[in-house]
Design a binder for this molecule. Structure first.
Ligand code: ATP
Length: 335
């Protein structure tokens, strides 16, 4: 059984369109106009058990709306959806026992009671048998290192401490699938690393499937071998993280500072025939991105040095962040 199986998954929102001015507001009272927003547009997504998949996209791309459908909070407008074998919205009661959810911005713990009490309530809610709970909980407390503040109310915890407790809470019932939305937002580097290590561990030990939504691409690099990229509600890339870099210019870029300020056109002329993309970064400063295997740094430089005086050269590899930013900007077909 697949962890997630979505075909043509679509969500539309109908919004009231307000007319301007007092007269418009008056007309709105009697004759409302609506417009439809297609937040998720016929997505196909299959995730196998045990995978850790990054779900990324710009603000407003449709990530949260997808997650809300996958977790049963929202009902899809159209499409076929099975998560852990269930229809998340229609079979919600049975379904929620098979998933865990951590939303970085929201808490599932009770603010004023001790963490330990929150865990106890969740255990009851999920009807976890005592013996299983004891052993599993001890393991979570140990690996997440949360033993020293179990008796404190959640409101007194630091963000890093709270996030570790949120993870424990999401895993109390040993779900097969874990949804994480910005799980490391606002956390310092050390806590981030601990959380990533923990996630890898539960993935390996329990075979937990993880769908991770984040704007922090270092989370994706650390955890995911596969990434699904969304743009305006549609999947624009679904594949390996490595392939993304190879296919869309994981190559090098040359950062140049020239003695004089040149317009781009004559510089592009000098490197005509080579697979490079020029960008002006500021006064006398340029970036030359090598987009094909056939054009080497030395060839680009040898074409230039006989015509322009180069003050400084730096050669860099594109990071995943660069690549993804460019794809957001230019679209996957042009990047
Ligand atoms: N309840 C709603 N009613 C109307 N429109 C909505 C609703 N929820 C989301 N949208 C719209 O759907 C689109 C996708 O929003 P969504 O929150 O899924 O994006 P996102 O990728 O999660 O963005 P972010 O990274 O900012 O959280 C946006 O245009 C948003 O305005």
């Amino acid at each position: 059984m697949k962890s997630i199986e979505a075909k043509g998954l679509t969500k539309e929102f109908r919004m009231v369109q307000s007319r301007s001015g007092l007269a418009g507001a008056f007309r709105d009272l009697f004759n409302r106009q609506y417009r439809t927003i297609r937040a998720v547009d016929e997505i196909d997504l299959t995730i196998e058990p045990g995978e850790i998949v990054g779900y990324i996209g710009e603000n407003g791309a449709g990530k949260s709306t997808t997650i809300k459908m996958l977790t049963g909070i929202l009902e899809p407008t159209a499409g076929h959806l099975r998560v852990n074998g269930y229809d998340p919205h229609r079979e919600r009661e049975k379904f929620v026992r098979t998933i865990g959810v951590v939303f970085g911005q929201r808490s599932q713990l009770w603010w004023d009671i001790a963490v330990r009490e929150s865990f106890r309530l969740l255990k009851k809610l999920y009807r976890v048998p005592d013996d299983v709970h004891e052993c599993h909980m001890n393991r979570l407390v140990e690996v997440l290192d949360i033993g020293s503040f179990l008796d404190q109310p959640v409101r007194k915890l630091s963000l890093g401490q709270r996030m570790r407790c949120e993870l424990a809470a999401a895993l109390i019932h040993q779900p097969r699938l874990l949804f994480l939305d910005e799980p490391t937002i606002g956390l310092d580097v050390l806590v981030k690393e601990n959380i990533r290590r923990f996630l890898k561990q539960i993935n390996q030990e329990y075979g937990t499937t993880v769908l991770l939504t984040t704007h922090d691409l270092s989370d994706i690099e650390a955890l995911c071998s596969r990434v699904v990229m969304l743009d305006k509600g549609r999947v624009i890339y679904d594949g390996g993280l490595k392939e993304l870099s190879v296919q869309w210019g994981g190559g090098q870029r040359i950062l140049l500072e020239l003695e004089e300020d040149w317009p781009l056109l004559p510089l592009e002329e000098k490197t005509r025939g080579l697979s490079v993309v020029w960008t002006k970064e500021g006064e006398r400063r340029y970036q030359v991105r090598l987009t094909g295997q056939e054009s080497g740094v030395s060839e680009v430089l040898s074409r230039l040095v006989s015509h322009v005086t180069v003050k400084e050269i730096r050669i860099e590899e594109s990071t995943t962040e660069d690549i993804v930013r460019r794809i957001y900007r230019e679209g996957v077909h042009h990047a």
